[in-house]
Design a protein around this ligand. Structure first.
Ligand code: SAM
Ligand code: DTB
Ligand code: SF4
Length: 327
């Protein structure tokens, strides 16, 4: 883990917008230079996702397949058994992942459910994997229970800039997100916080999202940048595609403004294809979701990532397994 600066960072919107507006080659050069000053340029951190509680979520996030308010045809499932989770985590480790991220379609965990998640965290940690969960909004005391079980990261995205948030999500607020992030930080858990683009937002909104992330103090250790995966039945299913080069710019600006954070090229990799993914790595992305599935939608399979990593001379960071780790 890199040491993250505790020095207050204070980017302005004008500075972030100016980065977005740079000629593409200048932007990528700057991002790659910053990246090389902080990281091994050819190492990529590999996190595998598992949906431990799928569907039926009370929230109305406009992009999400799992909201009970959208008719996406997704089967609602109950919380997985600890044994099933441990089995999936072992398979992820064997494939070369170093972190296992467990996601639940909840507004937030009920205390009785948190007990089961605590057991999952403890057992996944015992396999020698880093642990991450994303469970929605936390109540006081819950982050401490997760920390105590050995949780390394809590994922909770700002998703989009505060001024656009209410156009995508109405059942909770941007301020609620910040509140949970503060609880996670205070409990001593690493923060995984990023966002989603391609929602029909303007470049100014994308700049606003990166600004808000970069001005979190300390900056998040992990910053997932998701490209909208258009799920039939969601309000955003028919949204116009974001230009992939604008996605690459967003990654580059995240890298420059959060130099010591892992920037994760997250949802949307399958749709972006190899060439755009290669540009994202050049722009400073150094983490991916690894494995055939995200939470409910598809991801490049392990074989496809093996081929891509071999073509680009990339290797899995710190992995002891085989596959992507072996190159
Ligand atoms: N319920 C929890 C929450 O909202 O924090 C955790 C799970 S939620 C699925 C985690 C993140 O996945 C969201 O914050 C969003 O950034 C991303 N996401 C969800 N649906 C997506 C989609 N269709 N395309 C891209 N990213 C998506
Ligand atoms: C994040 O930022 N992206 C991940 C993870 N954190 C939990 C989830 C992506 C979900 C993509 C849509 C789906 O598979 O349902
Ligand atoms: Fe629920 Fe999270 Fe999906 Fe929003 S993004 S509907 S909170 S699972």
């Amino acid at each position: 883990m890199n040491d993250l600066t505790q020095v207050p960072v204070a980017w302005s919107l004008a500075q972030v917008e100016a980065l977005f507006a740079l000629p593409f080659n200048d932007l990528l050069f700057q991002a790659q230079t910053v990246h090389r000053a902080h990281f091994d340029a050819n190492a990529v951190q590999l996190s595998t996702l598992l949906s431990i509680k799928t569907g039926g979520c009370s929230e109305d996030c406009g992009y999400c397949s799992q909201s009970a308010r959208h008719d996406t045809g997704l089967e609602r499932e109950k919380l997985l058994d600890v044994a099933e989770v441990v089995q999936a985590a072992q398979a992820a480790k064997d494939a070369g992942a170093t972190r296992f991220c467990m996601g639940a379609a909840w507004r937030g965990p009920k205390d009785k459910d948190l007990g089961a998640v605590v057991d999952m965290v403890r057992e996944v940690k015992a396999l020698g994997l880093e642990t991450c969960v994303t469970l929605g909004m936390l109540k006081p005391g819950q982050a401490e229970q997760l920390k105590e079980a050995g949780l390394d990261y809590y994922n909770h995205n700002l998703d989009t800039a505060s001024e656009f948030y209410g156009q995508v999500i109405t059942t909770h607020t941007h301020a609620d997100r910040l509140d949970t992030l503060a609880q996670v930080r205070d409990a001593g858990i690493h923060v995984c916080c990023g966002g989603i683009v391609g929602l029909g937002e303007s470049r100014r909104v994308r700049a606003g999202l990166i600004l808000e992330l970069a001005n979190l103090n300390p900056q998040p250790e992990s910053v997932p940048i998701n490209m909208l995966v258009k799920v039939p039945g969601t309000p955003l299913a028919a949204e116009t595609d974001l230009d992939p080069l604008e996605f690459v710019r967003t990654i580059a600006v995240a890298r420059i403004t959060m130099p010591a954070s892992h920037v994760r090229l997250s949802a949307g990799r399958r749709e972006l294809g190899e060439a755009v993914q290669a540009l994202c790595f050049l722009a400073g992305a150094n983490s991916i979701f690894y494995g055939d599935k995200l939470l409910t939608t598809g991801n490049p399979d392990v074989e496809a990532d093996e081929i891509l990593f071999a073509k680009l001379g990339l290797r899995g960071e710190g992995a002891q397994g085989r596959r992507c780790a072996g190159h």
